[in-house]
Structure formats: structure tokens, C-alpha cells
Write a protein that binds this ligand. Structure first.
Ligand SMILES: C[S@@+](CC[C@H](N)C(=O)[O-])C[C@H]1O[C@@H](n2cnc3c(N)ncnc32)[C@H](O)[C@@H]1O
Length: 243
């Protein structure tokens, strides 16, 4: 998408609306991550508005963060407890908090927000850099084939159909670059609102190789936060890496 800037794709209006419709997996994600952290401090890459970090912190795991968008960060700071977290505004592929953690985690497909293989590899290396010797890096994403049927190039998906408003997901997938270019188009009496985003889709196998480059290897893989079996029916994965 010409002119697309990842740094602005989570700008002020997205940040204001981000928590309006929670994803619904928050309690399960927090229970899983607290279990892996085992009381040790954690670092969330792309912490956003603190959807996971705030309840995890409240449940007894100290959480720091790295976040690219000043607007998402500002929203986090406005929320109860948000100002208590130490969060750096920067790129999760390179920014550092200068210390290590028992848990580093990156959820909600956000490794896909890095738009080249090099940046995704640098992100795994940066996670490894922030881990204690027995620490774990947890990554959660959808499986690419669950988003894009093989052979699909362009599509329009009716995301929400309401009486007063509709939201269409207008998308194109390029299998050469692995980039999924989308614009979420909301049409209502108030007008038309466009929310563009570009993602680079990678498979669990590619992530395992990126982890190996960073000196990490796969410890466990599940279909979801409840540790469901990862198998041929899976549409997503929660992967745990360690040294
Ligand atoms: C889908 S949201 C996820 C936020 C939060 N982790 C959650 O689960 O609600 C993606 C977030 O990643 C941030 N982000 C995108 N690219 C980033 C990067 N290179 N470094 C740090 N944060 C980034 C965006 O600003 C946004 O806050």
C-alpha cells in the first residue's frame, strides 16, 4: 500500500477505539502467561493499550513494555494502573529496556506487523536479548492459511453488518512478499472511515527457524491459551521458546 507507515497505523483514532470490543481471550492469556512467568518479571513487546499487560500486572506479574505508537501508549497511561508500568516508546525489533526477564511475550498476531523477514528475525533476536537464561519467549498468532485460502489474491469480507453501519475488510495478499494489505472500511451515516494495515504473514515453521537464528528453540506449541492440542484443525498457535 503506497504511503503506508506502520508507525501510524495505530494512531489516535484507533487507540481511542481499541478497547471498545475486547477480543475475549484476555483471562485465558493472562492465566497462561502468569503460569510461564512463575512470579518473575515480564516484558510485553507491542504492549498497546495494556489489554493483556494490565490484568497480568494486577494478577501479580510485574510487566514492562515496548510500544511503537505514542497514541496507544497515551491510552495505556490513561487507564487505571497504566502509568505504573515502565514502557519504552520504540521498535520491538531493536529497542531495549536494558534488563532481562523470565518472560517476554508478543501476542495478537503482532509479529506480523513487522513487514520484512529481516525485521521479524531481529525481533526474535531482541526477545532473546531480553530473556533470563531460563526465560521464555511466548508468541501468539493466527495460522496464515486461516486468514488466506491458498490461491486467494484479492477479497472483500463483510466484517460487520449492522442496521446503521457496515464494515468491510478489503484485502490483497501477495505470496511473494507474504504481505497482506488490508483496509477496513466502515460505512455509516457519519461517513466513511478507513483503517489501513499491512501484515507479513509467517508460519509456525518460519518462526521456529527465526527462533533458532536467535539461539532459541521451541519448547511447546498449543492451539490456544488453554493449551489445546495443536493439530490439523488448528487456526492459531501459542508457541513457547527458550534457550
Ligand atoms: C494488535 S495491537 C496488539 C496490542 C496488545 N499487545 C494487545 O494484545 O492488545 C498491535 C500493537 O503493536 C504495535 N506495534 C506495531 N509495530 C510495532 C513495532 N515494530 N514495535 C513495537 N510495537 C509495534 C502497535 O502500535 C499496536 O499497539
Amino acid at each position: 500500500m503506497q504511503g503506508f507507515d506502520p508507525a501510524t497505523s495505530f494512531g489516535a483514532s484507533v487507540a481511542q477505539r481499541y478497547d471498545d470490543q475486547p477480543r475475549g481471550d484476555e483471562a485465558d492469556a493472562v492465566a497462561f502467561l502468569a503460569d510461564v512467568a512463575r512470579g518473575r518479571p515480564a516484558l510485553e513487546f507491542a504492549i498497546g493499550t495494556g489489554r493483556i499487560a494490565l490484568p497480568l500486572h494486577a494478577a501479580g506479574t510485574a510487566v514492562d513494555g515496548i510500544e511503537l505508537s505514542p497514541d496507544m501508549l497515551a491510552r495505556l497511561r490513561q487507564k487505571p494502573g497504566g502509568a505504573d508500568l515502565a514502557v519504552i516508546c520504540g521498535d520491538m525489533a531493536s529497542a531495549t529496556t536494558g534488563r532481562t526477564y523470565g518472560l517476554v511475550y508478543l501476542v495478537f498476531n503482532t509479529i506480523f506487523n513487522l513487514l520484512s523477514a529481516d525485521d521479524q528475525i531481529r525481533c526474535f533476536a531482541n526477545a532473546a536479548r531480553h530473556l533470563d537464561a531460563d526465560g521464555c519467549f511466548v508468541v501468539e498468532t493466527a495460522l496464515p492459511h486461516a486468514w488466506i485460502a491458498p490461491g486467494t489474491a484479492d477479497y472483500v469480507h463483510a466484517e460487520q453488518i449492522g442496521l446503521d453501519a457496515i464494515t468491510l475488510d478489503v484485502a490483497r495478499y501477495d505470496p511473494v512478499t507474504q504481505l497482506l494489505t488490508e483496509n477496513h472500511v466502515r460505512i455509516s451515516a457519519a461517513g466513511i472511515r478507513l483503517t489501513p494495515i499491512v501484515c507479513r504473514l509467517i508460519t509456525p515453521g518460519e518462526m521456529d527457524l527465526m527462533a533458532r537464528i536467535a539461539g532459541l528453540h521451541l519448547l511447546a506449541r498449543y492451539a490456544d491459551w488453554r493449551r489445546g492440542a495443536f493439530d490439523i484443525r488448528s487456526t492459531a498457535h501459542v508457541s513457547v521458546y527458550g534457550f
